[in-house]
Structures are given as structure tokens and as C-alpha cells.
Design a protein around this ligand. Structure first.
Ligand SMILES: CC[C@H]1O[C@@H](n2cnc3c(N)ncnc32)[C@H](O)[C@@H]1O
Length: 482
């Protein structure tokens, strides 16, 4: 398949659409013109894009949970509770794992079992099976804008149904929902399928309905160097802009060192705007999202609240437009609505205490310069590999290990680059492998790792990576030698 980063033509898009709509019976419920009218009849207060744009202007950090259950009435009850008792500024609809794999038959069984047992037998909301009108009943019973959150390599039908169903924001991307989520799906496939998603978003935008897109920032959420996740987010934002997306939220998963995390988020938003501008996408509104700690969580709920507060502080000090909130049930699985609301209120309290403060220091400026230099080196190499075409470049960059996501399940990921924490817990490159860092940045990373080795009286080695992966379960950030 010959991929090019070019806006899909109408013939191409509508040709694909015919096949997409046949993938499940509810595809027949989608009527584009009617959907546009439906969106235009919605109050502006339900527009995700608008709420994010206002928050950016007011330098506010909005709070948003993850949440999704199998049946419509229960999902409405859950989201109303998170809106009213959780004080959520933005709401999600987390999609179940079967739907994410296009296994709608099994999602249907899960719905039936949930009705029978009166318990959610799915780990999220099966939006394709519930269809356009099932989705609309969610939207019509809430006052807050709602976003679709998932992990779907082929999300084309899900997008059609969710957009027609009134959702006004959509997470994911052709790299970020492939490499960390799939074992054996070629990048060409998902980058092309996500061009469809972004082209559909552009068509809604051109019809006067703005829908926000959010590449999935954290990737594997395990020791991903900030410049690596930033590079993927920037690339996906640019691929989306080529298809006509005008409102994008770039994301980052908290890594643990406060200065590095604040620096990473600030650089991410600034660099996304710079690259969009540089490549001629002038009118895109860029916002940012901090994902609270994506690593292992303590079982003890009081300790879990400490982790949630810590992530909230990073979001506030980084002036993130939005923060995705964890819950005190994170170590157990899908949270109860009460626990989910507790995570939200804990986050809101921490953010309001820090709302008038901003982190400023020379260490922050240095970290921003480091992350900016590394991120630009990776993104620019992708352009070079694609001879100016970013889609082609991204595909080649993954093959070459220029884009290399640690601990990713995808067999297409090189998995050669090795990250480890430095003595202060910042994530550094232990072994850059084929990540194209300039000499002085390679040396900077090496110096930080050597400093840790010296302080811990051991050699820099893979053992540090193993220690860092297990550290959290021992309540620590940096994995100290035994
Ligand atoms: C990206 C992984 C994150 O999504 C969270 N998650 C996945 N499904 C749900 C769900 N149905 N409700 C609440 N949180 C959820 C999970 O706890 C983890 O923090």
C-alpha cells in the first residue's frame, strides 16, 4: 500500500465509506446531513472543542475521567454521577475491548449477559452495537461535552457512529493506537485508516461542526522518554491537520520527575503549534492534556490518592488544558462510580490550590531545551526519511527504529532503544539505538545515567531498567539496587 500524507479525495473517502458502513448493521443508521443538523441543534455548551479553546484562553486546567459500562441506562447514570458528584469538566465514553478489536458479535453477547446479570460484563461502552441513537441518548442526558476514548486500530465505523451519535471529541491515531495496542497490524494499515477518521472529522468541520481530536499521548505508559512520546503526538497532530482537523489536543503521560514532566508538556504544546505553523496549517487550535500516572498503582486507597494528587500538581504547574484523572481503584480494575468521582474531586482540589502558581526555574528551562532538541531531531528525521512526506516518513521511521516505543507489543516496533531513570527520576535514553539524537544530547543523557550509576555505586546497565519498572510497586520512582 502506497501511503502519502495527502488529504483523501472525495472519491477515495466515499469509496471507503461504503465498505465501512457495511461492517455492522448500525452503520445504516448514519445519515451525514441529518447528523450535521443534529450537531448544529446541540447547545454550544456541549462542544468539546469550544470548551477546550475557552479553557486555554483562561489558562484553566479541566478535569476528565475515563468511564464506560455496557448498558446505555447504566452508562448514563455513571456519567451523570461523574458530572454532578465528580464535578467533571469534560466527560468520556470509554469503549470496551471487543469493540476496539472490531469484534461486535462478542460485544453483542456482552450486552445480553449484562442485561441478564444486571452487571457490566464489558469493560467499556459498546458504541457500535448501541448505534447512533443509543449514543444520542447518552449525549441528550448530559450537560457536559463527551469524548470517545478507546484503543482501536481500525476505528472507522466507530467514528462514523460516534460522530453521528453526537460525541464531539475523539481519541486516537494511526501510530498511538497501533504500536502500544496491537501485536501484528502494519503501520501502513492504521495510518491509512486513521486518515479516514481525520478526513471524516475534517468533513464535519467543513460543514460547520467542530470535533476535537486527541492523539493518545502516553503510548505504552512505561518509561517512554518525553521526546519520543512528544514526537508521535506532533506527527499525529500534523497528519490530522492535513485531513482538515482544526482542533487538536496533544497528550503526555506523567513520567514522574516534576521538572521533566512540566517541561515535556510545555514543549509539546509549543512545538505542535510551531510545526503546524511551519508546514502551513495555520488555523488549528492546539491544547494539551496530562495523563495522570500511567504506571502501576498502590492498592491502598490513601496511597492511590497521593499518586492522583501528584499527577494533578503536574497538570496545574504545566498549565495543561486538561488532565485525565485516575481513581483509587486503579490497582483493582474498572472503578465504581463513587471511586471515580473521588479521583475527580481530589484532582479538582489539588488543581485549584495550584491554579495561580507556575513553575519557573533554570532547571525547567534546561529540561525544556533538552526535550525540544530531542523531539525536533526525531520529527525532522521522519520528514527526511519520507523525503518531505510525513506519513511515509513515520512508517519508515518505525521500521528504522527512529520512532521506537519501549515495551510496545507491536512486532513492527524495533524495541532497541532502552530508557532508564536518572538519579532524580527523569526518564533518559540509556541506549539510543537508532533514535537520531545529536551528539551533545546523547552525551547529556549518558552523563545523567553515569551520574546515577556513580551515586548508586553500580555500572549503568539493563538492570537499572528492570529496577525502574518494578520500583513503583515498591512505592518508589527510581529503582535502587538491592
Ligand atoms: C488507558 C488505561 C486506563 O484506562 C482506565 N480504564 C479503562 N477502562 C475503564 C473504564 N471502563 N472505566 C474507567 N477507567 C477505565 C484504566 O483504569 C487505566 O487507567
Amino acid at each position: 500500500m502506497d501511503i502519502r500524507n495527502k488529504k483523501l479525495s472525495d472519491d477515495e473517502f466515499y469509496g471507503i465509506r461504503k465498505e465501512v458502513m457495511e461492517q455492522w448493521p448500525t452503520g445504516k443508521e448514519v445519515n451525514f446531513e441529518e447528523a450535521i443538523d443534529y450537531h448544529k441543534a446541540m447547545p454550544e455548551s456541549k462542544s468539546f472543542s469550544r470548551k477546550l479553546a475557552n479553557a486555554k484562553k483562561e489558562r484553566k486546567t479541566l478535569i476528565q475521567p475515563r468511564a464506560g459500562v455496557a448498558l446505555i441506562d447504566e452508562h448514563i447514570k455513571l456519567l451523570q454521577y461523574l458530572q454532578d458528584k465528580g464535578e467533571a469538566d469534560l466527560l468520556p465514553t470509554t469503549i470496551d475491548s471487543y469493540t476496539r478489536q472490531n469484534r461486535y458479535e462478542e460485544a453483542e453477547v456482552g450486552i445480553k449477559e449484562s442485561i441478564h446479570t444486571q452487571k457490566s460484563m464489558l469493560n467499556g461502552f459498546p458504541a457500535v452495537n448501541h448505534g447512533v441513537f443509543g449514543c444520542r441518548s447518552i449525549i441528550e442526558n448530559l450537560d457536559t461535552p463527551v469524548q470517545v476514548r478507546h484503543g482501536t486500530p481500525d476505528a472507522r465505523l466507530l467514528t462514523e457512529i460516534c460522530y453521528a451519535g453526537g460525541f464531539t471529541s475523539y481519541e486516537g491515531g494511526g501510530i498511538s493506537y497501533n504500536i502500544p495496542y496491537a501485536k501484528d497490524v502494519p503501520l501502513e494499515r492504521t495510518i491509512y485508516d486513521w486518515m479516514y477518521v481525520d478526513r471524516l472529522t475534517g468533513i464535519y468541520e467543513e460543514a460547520g461542526v467542530s470535533i476535537n481530536r486527541e492523539p493518545y499521548g502516553p503510548l505504552t505508559g512505561t518509561l517512554v522518554p518525553p521526546s519520543m512520546s512528544n514526537a508521535v503526538a506532533i506527527i499525529e497532530a500534523m497528519l490530522a491537520a492535513e485531513q482538515g482537523v482544526k482542533n487538536v489536543t496533544v497528550g503526555y503521560g506523567q513520567c514522574g520527575n516534576l521538572v521533566q514532566d512540566v517541561a515535556a508538556l510545555r514543549v509539546l504544546e509549543e512545538l505542535t503549534e510551531e510545526y503546524l505553523e511551519k508546514y502551513g496549517y495555520e488555523d488549528v487550535t492546539v491544547t494539551s492534556v496530562l495523563h495522570q500516572w500511567m504506571g502501576g498503582f498502590p492498592q491502598d486507597e490513601s496511597k492511590a490518592f497521593a499518586v492522583i494528587s501528584w499527577g494533578s500538581s503536574v497538570a496545574a504547574l504545566a498549565k495543561a488544558t486538561k488532565v485525565i484523572v485516575k481513581t483509587p481503584h486503579e490497582a483493582m480494575g474498572v472503578p465504581t462510580m463513587e471511586a471515580n468521582a473521588q479521583g475527580l474531586r481530589c484532582t479538582k482540589q489539588a488543581i485549584s490550590l495550584l491554579a495561580d502558581q507556575e513553575l519557573k526555574s533554570s532547571a525547567l528551562e534546561l529540561e525544556k531545551a533538552i526535550i525540544k532538541g530531542e523531539t525536533c531531531a526525531i520529527v525532522d528525521k521522519c520528514f527526511e526519511l519520507g523525503m518531505g512526506d510525513l506519513a511515509l516518513g513515520a512508517i519508515r521511521a518505525v521500521k528504522a527504529g527512529v520512532l521506537d516505543i519501549p515495551f510496545a507489543p507491536s512486532k513492527y516496533n524495533a524495541g532497541k532503544m532502552l530508557p532508564a531513570r536518572d538519579f532524580e527520576g527523569a526518564v533518559r535514553y540509556l541506549n539510543v539505538a537508532n533514535v537520531p539524537l545529536p551528539r551533545e544530547l546523547k552525551d547529556f543523557n549518558q552523563g545523567k545515567i553515569e551520574h546515577r550509576a556513580k551515586m548508586e555505586k553500580r555500572k549503568a546497565s539493563f538492570q537499572m531498567v528492570i529496577d525502574d519498572v518494578y520500583a513503583i510497586s515498591k512505592g518508589r520512582l527510581v529503582g535502587k539496587p538491592k
